[in-house]
Design a protein around this ligand. Structure first.
Ligand code: IPE
Ligand code: IPE
Ligand code: MG
Length: 248
């Protein structure tokens, strides 16, 4: 019997929620004497591969940092290119994502995106709304502090201070006001390009996440690199303040 082309390894433990800071597109391009936008373009291939692998492995939630509230400070031409690239990506991938049972979601102020991207994103989210395979959340015009402030504004003034009658803690009720409402906390953060910072990404949700930093630039971060990161995660001992390892 022929083996499948890309057999997937077995993992003892997989994160329920993986969040990725896709960084290093510009440096990838510069290293090759290409314009920064070439890095963004090739980076889309990495997006495809990582989504496919995550889906095949049965990871429940994959959240990708695609554009931060701070990224607007970049040259107008680069911002415009990224926005058009994302619009095109969603248009092209919608049916494959749907066939694979992926539900597309978003976090961030998406109404602040260019109209064409906003429209395509909405269409993609609606089209895939009934899927139960994997939640793919795109962080677009996203900033964690803004998300936390928005939630704080909506949080009831008089918090219960403990467990409400429903059994929900104040932390649970606060989490429910964030863009990631209903999702499990992030178990695993991957950041490419060698930078070791969070750059305003999911600050509340990563409280107990395992962090993984790799020097690989995003356009070179493909299926093998993603699997390697997951192997690293499987070896980690998570304690959550306890003295012995605890399963998440
Ligand atoms: C990540 O790559 C893509 C976005 C932030 C949109 P960068 O464009 O930040 O690449 P570097 O960090 O300049 O190499
Ligand atoms: C973080 O990357 C944002 C995204 C990946 C979308 P940046 O390249 O913007 O982060 P900094 O500026 O180096 O911290
Ligand atoms: Mg960067």
């Amino acid at each position: 019997m022929a083996l499948p082309a890309n057999p997937l390894p077995k993992f003892d433990r997989l994160p329920k929620h993986v969040a990725v800071i896709m960084d290093g597109n510009g440096r990838w391009a510069r290293k090759r004497g290409l314009p920064r936008i070439a890095g963004h373009k090739v980076g889309i291939e990495s997006v495809r591969e990582v989504i496919r692998a995550a889906r095949e492995l049965g990871i429940g939630h994959l959240t990708l940092y695609a554009f931060s509230t701070e990224n607007w400070s970049r040259p107008k031409s680069e911002v415009g290119f990224i926005m058009r690239l994302l619009t095109l990506y969603l248009k092209r991938e919608r049916s494959e994502l749907h066939e694979k049972g992926v539900r597309v979601a978003s976090i961030g102020r998406i109404e602040g995106l260019p109209a064409a991207l906003f429209k395509e994103l909405k269409a993609c989210m609606e089209f895939t709304a009934g899927n139960r395979g994997m939640v793919l959340t795109l962080a677009l015009n996203y900033g964690a502090r803004q998300e936390i402030l928005d939630a704080a504004r909506r949080f009831p003034r008089r918090a219960s201070g403990g467990r409400a009658r429903s059994g929900a803690t104040d932390e649970d009720r606060f989490s429910a006001l964030l863009g990631t409402a209903g999702m499990p906390d992030v178990d695993f953060v991957i950041r490419t390009s060698g930078e070791m910072r969070l750059s305003n990404f999911l600050l509340w949700q990563v409280a107990y996440a395992e962090l993984y930093f790799t020097p690989t630039y995003w356009p070179d971060f493909r299926r093998p690199q993603f699997l390697e990161a997951l192997r690293d995660y499987a070896r980690r001992e998570r304690r959550f303040g306890d003295i012995a390892p605890r399963s998440a």
